[in-house]
Design a protein around this ligand. Structure first.
Ligand code: NAD
Ligand code: IPM
Ligand code: MN
Length: 365
């Protein structure tokens, strides 16, 4: 790969993926470029064709050497979504997604649940002040490690085993990240959630690690909820949460719940982060095959994802510019049908990009 002309230029890998991925990433990349132009930032973009079409064409999911290449040659990855009904096993998609998450050791899956405009929460009488928390999902172990097997498959005696792996190192680093994140953002509350009342081995480790670490964070209110209670409390009173930390699968589930509380999947960004290392940014939603290719997908989750990518690169004003522009689009109803608007994917992205160009990046206070 050629070196960027400007030594301060960042190197961004773009993986649009499948379904609505390419549609929303085209809008996110356009808005990101607009924010970079407004802020005087430089980056070189390199697009990769990893996804279902390539897989169906030549059998490649994540190419050999891809993880090393990305680690060495890029600062951040902008990712759409993978998954296609033509490949029911979904294995090629997992090879790509988990290949990158696990291969790059992206142990923090950060999923902010921030209500940008009160009209878009399904909860009655809740406002922007009530829904503003982040789910920090452990992203490299748990039940996602693909340890297990099937025995006597397809018979009446069939057995299927899927193991959940919890390591001290893995639990400790995500719980510590949650406390450090809270402290550095002026957040006062961390809630760890597990199912230790039933899962007495793996989740007991979460309990012990949480109790060991919380002592060093006396300035933060630390609390535990079982995952079923957490789900209920998120709906009953979301205002009580600031930072939620949990395992891989519970984090997957409650982040979709949090997404809906804050306006829906189409509006929800995420980061797969390895602090200080190349990290991968993707909307929370998937490839949404039913609406792919119809210019219907909401691009705002992907645009807000580009905002998180900016934050990771140290480009906070550009991230803020993207968030402000999306907030303006919501306020003025310049949005797609899932939010009650009349715009297509392209037009909604275009409106945000123009808004960014018009207002520029916010100045330092
Ligand atoms: P999904 O997120 O693709 O869709 C769920 C629902 O939300 C659908 O009704 C869809 O139309 C709607 N939706 C999602 N994004 C939207 C957007 N931007 N604008 C408007 N509506 C939107 O989840 P699913 O249906 O469970 O999964 C579809 C495929 O995506 C599967 O192959 C799944 O494995 C994959 N997936 C991939 C990722 C990823 O790449 N990180 C994440 C989730 C799901
Ligand atoms: C997500 C998705 C993935 C996950 C799927 C597609 C494997 O749901 O990113 O939230 O479970 O991590
Ligand atoms: Mn999910």
């Amino acid at each position: 790969m050629s070196q960027p002309a400007d030594s301060t230029a960042k190197r961004i890998a773009v993986i649009p993926g499948d379904g609505i991925g390419p549609e929303v990433i085209a809008q996110a990349a356009k808005c990101l470029r607009a924010a970079m132009a407004a802020g005087g930032r430089q980056a070189e973009f390199t697009e990769f064709d990893w996804g279902v079409e390539r897989f169906l064409r030549d059998g490649t999911s994540l190419p050999a050497g891809a993880v090393e290449r990305v680690r060495q040659e890029f600062d951040a990855i902008l990712f759409g979504a993978v998954g296609d009904p033509r490949v029911p096993s979904n294995q090629y998609a997992l090879d790509i997604l988990f290949g990158l998450r696990f291969g790059l050791d992206l142990y923090v899956n950060m999923r902010p649940c921030v209500l940008l405009d009160r009209r878009f929460t399904p909860l009655r009488d809740r406002t922007e002040a009530d829904i503003n928390f982040v789910v920090l999902r452990e992203n490299t172990e748990g039940i996602y490690v693909n340890i297990g097997g099937q025995f006597k498959r397809g018979t009446a005696d069939e057995v299927a085993v899927q193991e959940e792996v919890n390591t001290r190192k893995g639990v400790e680093r995500i719980v510590r990240y949650a406390f450090e994140y809270a402290r550095s953002r002026g957040r006062k509350r961390v809630c760890m959630s597990d199912k230790s009342n039933a899962l007495t081995h793996g989740h007991d480790l979460w309990q012990r690690v949480f109790k060991e670490l919380r002592g060093a964070y006396a300035d933060i209110e630390s609390r535990h909820l079982y995952i079923d209670t957490l789900a209920m409390e998120m709906v009953r009173n979301p205002a009580q949460f600031e930072v939620i930390v949990t395992n891989n699968m519970f984090g997957d589930i409650v982040s979709d719940l949090g997404a809906q509380l804050s306006g829906g999947l189409g509006l929800s960004p995420s980061g797969n982060i390895s602090p200080g290392q190349v990290s991968l940014f993707e909307p929370v939603h998937g490839s949404a095959p039913a609406i792919a290719g119809k210019d219907q997908a909401n691009p705002f989750g992907a645009i807000l994802t580009a905002g998180m990518l900016c934050d990771h690169l140290g480009w906070t004003p550009e991230g803020d510019a993207l968030r402000n522009a999306v907030r303006a689009a919501l306020r003025e109803n310049k949005c797609t049908a899932d939010l009650g608007g009349t715009l297509g994917t392209h037009a909604a992205g275009e409106w945000v990009a123009e808004q960014v160009a018009k207002h520029g990046v916010p100045r330092n206070p």
